[in-house]
Design a protein around this ligand. Sequence first.
Ligand SMILES: *Cc1c(COP(=O)(O)O)cnc(C)c1O
Length: 402
Amino acid sequence: MSVHLHDYIPLCTPVIGEEERLIVSETMKTDWITTVGPNNNAFEQEFSAALCPGSFSVAVNSGTAALHLAFRLFDVKPNDEILCSSFTFIASISSAVYMGAIPTFIDSEADSWNMDPELLAAELEKRKRANRLPKLVVLTHVYGQSADLTKIVKICENYRVPLIEDAAEALGTTNNGKQVGFSGTVGVFSFNGNKMLTTGGGGMLCTRDKTLAERAQYLAFQAKVPGLDYIHEELGYNFKLSNVLAAIGRVQLTKLTEIAKVKADIYQRYQVAFSKTPGLSMMPAPKNFKSTSSNWLSVLRISSEHFSVSRHELIHRMHEAGVQLRATWKPMHTQPIFQGKCYTIGGEVCEAIFEETLCLPSSLSLDADTQQRVIDSLLKILHGKEVSKKTHLPVYHFPYHE
Ligand SMILES: *Cc1c(COP(=O)(O)O)cnc(C)c1O
């Protein structure tokens, strides 16, 4: 049953087709309805084969679980230090903090909005001299935009610090022609309801290192020693993806090219519509390296020099006009939970981006006419004109976590 949103335009809702319904129904006729089974294995193999042949993938029940598992692979312990992008979603670092790690947040570069390689290099050099190299670097490809991967991989290799790529939003994103998420030591993807692909909820841990992948499988299955007895030499997790949900993932994976094309078209239409207005610009493509974006969410930047309307007022007024906008990720170094309790390198660049940006509706089902309504309402509000208010607004009720 679909959720009725009247003619409200939500930020980003999933599209599940007949093939997904069929494969779920077929799977439910078998015994394989738990966290082992043929779809689970096939999804892992097909994911690696499609995105980075020769790599290994481990299907788990969320992107957050995949990150947690990644931190465990590197044996993160209390007081370990981790360098992390500041402009990201909290799940990039939350499980490491559970494990007692102390994050240092690194600012974005203006070119890609992602971790600034120069700041990273300078910080690692400083720490090397102080004999205080971090345990890990966590790099997010934010909103599907690639970070400067070539530089960052090289820097991490120079200092022999493992790199975790948080590619949760970046399925379909390439850097130098290659899918991101496979260039670091470990990469992580999310199949949450509003991500590029969905399994209802799920994630993938990917690596080119077979030993790491096998250890991840073992830890994700309660670290049970193979054999007939329940023998545990260490503690693991119950993190595996359900075989039923893996079935959805297999079908969704076959649609990735198509999905990325729709996302690119959505971005392109916004780009054309807003480029005529001084002070408005879409998230720019990096000039300093070769990449393509998944365009997971289209992000608009509204220059505060040109427009005085606040971010919150815009979100509120667009909601009244029947359109859901969302703020971008509030930088981690400004979060109440971290402020004053961890280190920050720079911070002004991503703070300025955060202050001036909003996520625009980017659902796969967003047709050009509906998108035009978003564009028209936004331009009217920005230019101080009245926009007719919807009379039957839904109570915030969307088929995904907000
Ligand atoms: C969505 C997301 C995650 C977490 O993935 P879940 O599947 O929702 O647990 C982690 N990092 C980033 C950057 C994300 O956008």
